[in-house]
Design a protein around this ligand. Structure first.
Ligand SMILES: *Cc1c(COP(=O)(O)O)cnc(C)c1O
Length: 382
């Protein structure tokens, strides 16, 4: 390990998770969501693995993310769902990337992009999340404008989609209401004499729990990385998922200290007895959440040991107690849990956030290493 820390990404586990999600939603196409550098796992390698596993679609947020995948050789169906003001959409459209339009203005941006290829557009409906997309009269205007543009040969309506606000709370009545609103939007599109395009609504949580929402494609992100979409759905193991990423480093300094030793900034941790402190060379500058100060644990030589004091920018102190340890010993911050190490979910709970943030934030000086049979070429999908 030449970098201070390493994120091991197990592509076999990733493919197994996609297979598990396929089992959960057998009649829908699978859109592997690889936005934000595949939730911190490395978009190029993960995308190739997704294609190899049979994912019909890839989904990303930004045009730039989509173009990165094209430059890496991916040629399959690919949707980029952010349509920001001022973005230059033409290169992505010409690279065969499907665009999203969540309002008439966003559709106009696609029409005005000046691409040589005819843009393929997915219409974004606000069914209750009130994030992207529109509803009511604005939706009617979007559907009408898209239908007219398609009749004029200026776009192809390739999809219609929406996003759940509460799918990680399976009992929430919002889910059923959103499904209902989505069905109505699809019907309304048909009323403009448009052939029904790809309908997609489900994220990971809905792929795992709401067969009624599977429709034509499911957009799976977090569960494909082996994390639970939320505590109400259970642990990764209960969901049949294997965490893909292991974050590990090595002890840089090990020393005995007396009782009453204040540790790290602010001395928010004070040793109660003589103990061993272990220093690891990672911190919030690498995306480790500072809110996990004094709350998270790591695995060292088979023992779970607590973070002692504040997470610093580049360093964290662990209280090793009487665990035998020396400089260079491996420290696993989180991983699959196979060896008793914490899960990303445990760090999330410690930092009062979600597992998504724990893995996606990692960056900076952490080296990513992909293990498991690594595809040598990017697939063409389908
Ligand atoms: C991020 C995202 C997803 C994936 O959600 P997960 O909960 O990670 O499965 C799906 N659709 C859209 C629009 C998203 O932004």
């Amino acid at each position: 390990m030449s970098a201070p820390a390493e994120a091991l990404v197990d592509l076999d586990a990733y493919r197994a998770n996609l297979a598990r999600l396929r089992e959960a939603a057998p009649n829908a196409a699978q859109m592997a969501v690889v936005k934000a550098d595949a939730y911190g796992h490395g978009a190029i390698e993960v995308s190739a693995a997704a294609r190899e596993a049979g994912a019909e679609w890839l989904g990303v947020a930004t045009i730039e993310e989509a173009r990165t995948l094209r430059r890496a050789g991916d040629t399959g169906p690919l949707l980029a769902w952010l349509n920001p003001a001022g973005a230059d959409l033409a290169p992505a459209i010409d690279a065969g990337v499907d665009m999203a339009a969540g309002s008439v203005e966003q559709l106009d941006a696609v029409l005005a992009a000046g691409a040589s290829a005819r843009p393929r557009v997915h219409l974004k409906v606000d069914t209750g999340m009130a994030r992207g997309g529109v509803r009511g009269a604005e939706l009617t205007a979007l559907l009408a404008a898209a239908a007219a543009a398609q009749r004029a040969g200026r776009i192809e309506i390739a999809g219609i989609f929406s996003h759940f606000a509460c799918a990680d709370e399976p009992a929430s009545p919002v889910n059923g209401a959103q499904e209902h609103a989505f069905t109505e939007a699809v019907d309304e599109l048909s009323s403009f004499d448009v052939e029904r395009p790809l309908r997609h609504l489900a994220n990971s949580a809905a792929a795992l729990t709401r067969p009624n929402a599977h429709l034509d494609a499911v957009r799976v992100g977090i569960a494909s990385y082996g994390l639970s979409p939320g505590p109400a759905l259970g642990t990764p193991a209960q969901l049949g998922l294997t965490p893909v990423m292991t974050l590990r480093t090595a002890l840089a300094l090990v020393r005995r200290v007396p009782p009453g030793t204040g540790v790290s900034y602010g001395h928010t941790y004070v040793t109660k007895r003589e103990t061993t402190l272990g220093l690891i060379p990672v911190g919030y500058g690498d995306g480790i959440l500072r809110a996990a100060s004094n709350r998270a644990s790591a695995l060292v030589n088979g023992e779970l040991v607590p973070v002692a004091g504040r997470v610093c920018m580049d360093q964290i102190v662990l209280d090793l107690g009487d665990t035998p340890a020396s400089r260079g010993d491996e420290v696993v911050l989180f991983g699959s849990g196979r060896l008793g190490e914490p899960l990303a979910e445990d760090w999330a709970e410690a930092a009062s956030t979600i597992g998504y943030e724990v893995v996606t934030r990692l960056g900076g000086r952490i080296a990513r290493r992909h293990v498991g049979a690594i595809p040598t070429t990017t697939g063409s999908g389908g």
